[in-house]
Design a binder for this molecule. Structure first.
Ligand SMILES: CC(C)(COP(=O)(O)OP(=O)(O)OC[C@H]1O[C@@H](n2cnc3c(N)ncnc32)[C@H](O)[C@@H]1OP(=O)(O)O)[C@@H](O)C(=O)NCCC(=O)NCCS
Length: 199
């Protein structure tokens, strides 16, 4: 790609929501604290509990550091944004004991929930994770989290419930409704070393 083309290349890929809202997804860069904090701020106490499986009134400095320590090889994260700013974050974190599996987690701002954003962002995560040799996702969900349970169930695999928590193992989601090639291209821009691992 020429220098001019590189400058002009899009930095995000569209996600089509069920109601037609315009949202784009892009991989995390070096310091995305603002994105993580703003999406957290746009989630109710109940949404935060569903995400972290415990009450989380605020993000500590340590949490922010962990949630932004992204290299797209061990830990991948993507932001979903509108013209008004970030509305969701999706991430996967490779399991050290099973490097072909990654724990997946999504945070969608309350105002954007139930509109297909979680589904779209999950597809983006699947394409990105596959690029670095991941073949399945591990999920830890509240037993009442119907949306997350539905997202996981669509990808087969197994699940078991205990003490109000469902642990599931699934394959990667299909790249339905997203531009998989754009996702791979965006990933190459932020983590060229990641492409080598996928070869
Ligand atoms: C769980 C979460 C990520 C889902 O994302 P979302 O954008 O709200 O969900 P989507 O609109 O993509 O819907 C996901 C699925 O749930 C279904 N769904 C939507 N609203 C629903 C509802 N009220 N009840 C049951 N199912 C519902 C959708 O139909 C979709 O299934 P389908 O694609 O087979 O039709 C999001 O709601 C969220 O961030 N919740 C709080 C934090 C959390 O729970 N994180 C998940 C931890 S793994």
């Amino acid at each position: 790609m020429s220098a001019a083309a590189s400058v002009l290349a899009p930095t995000a890929t569209p996600l089509l929501l069920r109601d037609g809202s315009a949202v784009t997804a892009r991989p995390f860069g070096a310091d995305e604290r603002d994105v993580v904090q703003r999406v957290f701020d746009a989630m109710s106490a109940e949404s935060r509990r569903l995400r972290f499986l415990t009450a989380v009134p605020r993000l500590t400095e340590r949490s922010l550091r962990l949630l932004t320590d992204v290299d797209h090889i061990r830990h991948g994260a993507w932001a979903a944004e509108t013209v008004d700013g970030p509305v969701a974050v999706g991430r996967w974190i490779r399991l050290s004991a099973e490097p072909h599996v990654a724990e997946v987690a999504l945070s969608v701002a309350d105002a954007y929930q139930g509109r297909g954003l979680g589904r779209g962002l999950l597809s983006v995560l699947g394409v990105a994770a596959e690029q670095v040799g991941i073949s399945g996702f591990a999920w830890t969900m509240d037993v009442e989290n119907r949306r997350a349970l539905r997202l996981a169930a669509a990808n087969g695999g197994s699940r078991r419930a205990s003490l109000g928590v469902v642990e599931a193992r699934t394959g990667l989601p299909p790249a339905d409704g997203i531009d998989a090639e754009a996702v791979r291209r965006l990933l190459r821009r932020v983590g060229p070393q990641a492409v080598g691992l996928a070869a």
